[in-house]
Ligand binder design. Structure first.
Ligand SMILES: *[C@@H]1O[C@H](CO)[C@@H](O)[C@H](O)[C@H]1NC(C)=O
Ligand SMILES: *[C@@H]1O[C@H](CO)[C@@H](O)[C@H](O)[C@H]1NC(C)=O
Ligand SMILES: *[C@@H]1O[C@H](CO)[C@@H](O)[C@H](O)[C@H]1NC(C)=O
Ligand SMILES: *[C@@H]1O[C@H](CO)[C@@H](O)[C@H](O)[C@H]1NC(C)=O
Ligand SMILES: *[C@@H]1O[C@H](CO)[C@@H](O)[C@H](O)[C@H]1NC(C)=O
Ligand SMILES: *[C@@H]1O[C@H](CO)[C@@H](O)[C@H](O)[C@H]1NC(C)=O
Length: 471
């Protein structure tokens, strides 16, 4: 019994000494330390970005333990702490914020277990001099680095360094919204473990490398908002795991290759604001995962009527505005029950609009303006009231709305009433008044003015009495 008591006290004391670490089964991490060389490399690398005033040994004697640095993540290798994650920029409250003169110190590349490196809002003019990504040394991260991110650094200029080609372990390369220029390097097509490639919002020019189509693990590919030109390679049909493809806001041209239709898992396809021409109506039919299909502002041309819309049941946004569409608007679009946005404006569409479109249960905006649609809009007042100006049907010279029971405030904006055309021979005075809003309001104000004068006349004695009383 005594022995047990003694044992209990002994274990308790051990636990106190280890501050609970051993009791949690983490004795290894509790006792681990960081090698001096790693610690010095870390502090020096941080100082290069944050400024010389920053002194880790004062603030963070134990950078991975009791006093961890915000934006620094660590892991154990052979019983020692190593830095695995490093991020700069205003992400958390106590984040490492970049100084005015940012410097990539060579010590950064001595962090041999670094898995993730990111810079957000770090290289920002006018206070900072423009900085280029260092050309050399990236091979030091060849075996370790999985995620590299430069995001929202307008002061980061120059090209993608050639030595990125060694980063064969990269899963995610994000160079989003910086001031980078030059052509897209073909060696990126060799980084075959990439799952996310985001080069959007820079000034990259030239063509889209054909071998990017070999990045068959990619889930997200975003090259939007650059100056890319030339065709979309048909090899992109090989990106079978792709969920998001955004090539919008470039100067890409030529036909959209039929192979794109093989991307069965795609949820977002945005090719808007390019110069694509000639899409085949059947191209998207099999892309049954699509939620957002955006092709606006391309001279593609095409016809909606032959597309098997019922295959695209996941669509929430369909934007085909300003794509030189011809033909009619098929009522089979009403099978897209999840549709929230329908943009068919600024095309050459003709024919009538079916009231079936009103049955789209989630529709929140419907743009059909700027076409040559004809006939009567027969949607209910409830529909017009729900959408308001988000129902845009103006600039269709031969389209009119059926006035029926629709009150004035809910009539579709910029569309004229039908009666004028239907019963031209028998226009009676009532419908003339109804159609002439200006006359109508004028007559109303005449009436109310008349009433005021009448009222003054009627109560003239009382008014005189009040005036006398006051003076
Ligand atoms: C941090 O400051 C201490 C004294 O305050 C000094 O001994 C040490 O060398 C400094 N470390 C760095 C990395 O500048
Ligand atoms: C890509 O890899 C292949 C084979 O691994 C090699 O032949 C080719 O030169 C590499 N291309 C680039 C641009 O690195
Ligand atoms: C699409 O995604 C599913 C899982 O959601 C996966 O099983 C399938 O392999 C993917 N298809 C392709 C062609 O990658
Ligand atoms: C329509 O798209 C063309 C390019 O195809 C573009 O030049 C034009 O500005 C666009 N028009 C509108 C109204 O956006
Ligand atoms: C619009 O369609 C009508 C026939 O419905 C046709 O007469 C007219 O020329 C068309 N207008 C334009 C601008 O295409
Ligand atoms: C058309 O005009 C005729 C003659 O004025 C009138 O009898 C008829 O009710 C009008 N029809 C409509 C639909 O307004």
């Amino acid at each position: 019994m005594k022995e047990f008591k003694f044992l209990g006290v002994f274990i308790f004391v051990i636990c106190i000494i280890n501050l609970g670490v051993m009791c949690n089964g983490e004795d290894e991490s509790g006792l681990a330390s960081m090698k001096r060389s790693e610690q010095e490399a870390l502090y020096s690398a941080i100082q290069g970005f944050v400024g010389k005033w920053w002194n880790g040994s004062d603030l963070y004697p134990d950078p991975c333990g009791w006093t961890p640095i915000q934006g620094v993540g660590c892991d154990l290798f052979d019983g020692f702490w190593y830095v695995t994650d490093l991020s700069f920029g205003p992400v958390h409250d106590n984040s490492l914020s970049c100084a005015q003169n940012v410097e990539f110190r060579p010590q950064l590349f001595a962090l041999k277990h670094l898995k993730s490196l990111s810079f957000f809002n770090c290289f920002v003019p006018p206070h900072h001099y423009p900085v280029a990504i260092p050309i050399e040394n990236w091979q030091a991260f060849a075996g370790s680095l999985e995620s590299l991110e430069f995001r929202s650094n307008p002061g980061l200029i120059g090209q993608i360094p050639l030595s990125f080609e060694y980063l064969r372990n990269l899963r995610s390369l994000v160079l989003l919204e910086n001031g980078l220029t030059g052509e897209l390097p073909t060696f990126i097509g060799n980084l075959t473990k990439l799952r996310r490639l985001n080069l959007a919002g820079n000034s990259f020019a030239g063509g889209v490398p054909v071998n990017y189509g070999g990045l068959n693990q990619l889930l997200i590919l975003d090259l939007s908002r650059n100056l890319l030109s030339g065709p979309l390679p048909s090899t992109f049909g090989g990106l079978t795991f792709l969920l998001k493809l955004d090539l919008s806001n470039n100067q890409l041209e030529g036909k959209i290759p039929q192979e794109i239709g093989k991307l069965k898992n795609l949820t977002l396809l945005d090719l808007s604001n390019n110069k694509f021409s000639g899409w085949l109506p059947t191209l998207f039919e099999e892309m049954s995962s699509l939620e957002q299909l955006v092709l606006s502002n391309n001279p593609t041309s095409g016809d909606l009527t032959n597309l098997a819309w019922h295959n695209l049941i996941c669509l929430t946004a369909l934007d085909l505005s300003n794509t030189s569409l011809t033909g009619g608007v098929p009522d089979s679009i009403s099978e897209l029950k999840r549709l929230r946005f329908l943009g068919l404006n600024d095309n050459l569409l003709t024919g009538e609009i079916s009231t079936k479109l009103e049955t789209l249960p989630n529709i929140n905006a419907m743009h059909i303006y700027g076409n040559n649609l004809t006939g009567e809009l027969k949607f209910s007042e409830r529909f017009y009231r729900k959408l308001g100006r988000r129902f845009g049907a103006w600039d269709n010279p031969n389209l009119c709305y059926q006035s029926g029971l629709i009150s004035r405030i809910n009539v579709p904006f910029g569309v004229k009433q039908c009666q004028q055309y239907e019963n031209e021979t028998g226009l009676d005075t009532h419908s003339k008044l109804g159609n002439n809003g200006i006359w109508n309001t004028e007559s109303n104000s005449m009436v109310s003015l008349g009433c005021s004068i009448f009222c003054i006349y009627r109560f003239r004695y009382i008014i005189v009495f009040i005036v006398l009383l006051v003076f």
